[in-house]
Design a protein around this ligand. Structure first.
Ligand code: ADP
Length: 444
């Protein structure tokens, strides 16, 4: 049995059911993040700033009023429920709204307010009375472009004459059409066609160019080249802005090629730690045995909500069926679901509609585990060749230190996996205690 997965570039992957859910689709993850995000992700780190001109004063703002925005824009921001700029916005907005415009490369994890910031910049630079494209935003996928468009529409609710148009596959506009919308959001391939083949957009009139999700962009075949071709045709006074959630060397290299004389802003990600987590393991013979141990744990402690991780889809399905048959309220989150379906399962779990969430690797990230008291590794995360997957272990169980809440983690281990578990223990220098499956009284 196999599952077909379509990649963002249209190619197709066949995933066998007993394979691990380790095909990470960056664009899908990013969309999932946006769909399930309810509020800002806070960080205790300081924003790091590298100015293109270190001698010029560095401004930061604590309120939106200080930015002297158009009245209708300020109204839009408050209507969205924003009270004050996020950490990254405090530094980024004054640079983005400066006169003359400054170029910017900004990196911070998803949920820190980057989209809101560049949407604000686009809306504040648009001239609603001029009826041609003035702002151009590139996004890696159709769905991500739509998400950004929604933010433009919300924030620009009171900017009545400003309109958005999507340059995405499927939106067919005849050659030479006179586009009167001021903000264009689209994927690089289609935007390229609209500019050069169909002559719908005059790039020399663009004032703000945004490249969003640069890390996802360079991960997609052809998109960096398309973006660079578009950028090369922009006027020198056009403001260029690039955003990324991560900053590997490859992203940095691309950013420097495409954004001339940039200011750079970075906000480091909150580190995960195992410090507040009590970790246990139970030695088991086989799958049924693991399930029995799980039931024992379940029966002996009061559980708020639990996430159970399996290594394969097949195991996850099996476990879900077993638990449902035993009368538990369980939901299954796996990579074969659409992003929308995943978002809705996560939402239901957050709302407490199910107490247990069973999942595979792909979905491990992005779930906010603050409310989850118990994490179970039904299978230990391993890489090929039985080498433990430390990073995944940390992602499943770890929490950011500041949320201080204690958590419990249980590992269901076959005897032959014990060496891997010990390696994990040594790697993180944190103790994982053995539990007797029949006697759970040892849990503190
Ligand atoms: P990113 O682009 O970095 O992923 P977003 O701009 O999408 O972040 O913001 C994440 C969430 O926080 C969204 O729900 C957004 O509406 C909200 N948000 C953004 N800026 C603010 C702010 N200044 N105050 C309150 N909420 C904000």
């Amino acid at each position: 049995k196999s599952t077909t997965v379509r990649n963002i570039d249209g190619s197709i992957n066949n995933i066998k059911e007993d394979e691990e859910d380790d095909v990470v689709d960056l664009a899908a993850n990013s969309l999932l993040n946006k769909l399930i995000r309810q509020s800002l992700v806070e960080s205790s780190h300081r924003v790091e700033v590298l100015q293109k001109d270190p001698s010029s004063p560095l401004y930061s703002v604590k309120t939106f009023e200080e930015l002297r925005l158009k009245e209708e824009l300020l109204k839009g921001i408050y209507a969205m429920g924003f009270n004050r700029p996020s950490k990254i916005q405090e530094m980024a907005l004054p640079m983005m709204l400066a006169h003359p415009p400054q170029n910017l490369i900004a990196q911070s994890q998803s949920g820190t307010g980057k989209t809101a910031a560049f949407v604000l910049a686009m809306l504040s630079r648009v001239n609603a009375l001029e009826l041609f494209p003035q702002c151009l935003c590139l996004a890696p996928t159709y769905e991500l472009a739509l998400q950004t468009g929604r933010v433009v529409e919300q924030m620009g609710k009171f900017c009545v004459d400003v309109q958005v148009m999507y340059a995405i596959r499927g939106n067919r506009i005849p050659r030479g059409t006179d586009i009167t919308k001021q903000i264009i959001i689209g994927t690089p391939g289609t935007v390229l066609d609209w500019c050069f083949k169909l002559k719908l957009i005059d790039l020399t009139k663009i004032r703000v160019f945004v490249l969003d999700e640069a890390d996802v962009m360079i991960d997609t075949q052809g998109f960096s080249d398309h973006s660079i071709r578009i950028q090369r045709a922009l006027p020198s006074e056009c403001q260029m802005l690039l955003f990324s959630a991560t900053f590997e060397d490859s992203v940095w290299h691309f950013a420097e090629r495409i954004i001339p004389d940039p200011n750079v802003i970075k906000l480091r990600k909150e580190e995960l730690t195992l410090n507040n987590i009590r970790q246990y393991y139970v030695l088991c013979e086989h799958r049924k045995d693991k399930y029995q141990a799980l039931c024992n744990i379940y029966g002996s402690i009061t559980i708020g909500q639990a996430i159970i991780f399996c290594q394969t889809r097949r195991n996850a399905k099996w476990l879900t069926v077993e638990m449902i048959q035993d009368g538990h309220q369980v939901s299954l989150l796996s990579g074969e679901l659409t992003v929308e379906q995943r978002a809705s399962i996560i939402q239901r779990f957050r709302d407490g509609k199910e107490k247990v969430l069973i999942t595979t690797n792909v979905c491990a990230r992005g779930i906010d585990v603050k409310q989850v008291t118990i994490v179970v590794n039904f299978d230990l995360p391993v890489k090929q060749g039985e080498e433990p997957d430390y990073e995944t272990y940390l992602h499943r169980i770890g929490r950011t230190g500041r949320f201080g809440k204690k958590g419990l983690a249980f590992n269901m281990i076959e005897v032959d996996k014990l060496p891997s578990l010990m390696k994990i223990q040594d790697h993180f220098n944190s103790s994982i205690k053995q539990l007797n499956a029949e006697d759970m009284d040892e849990i503190e």
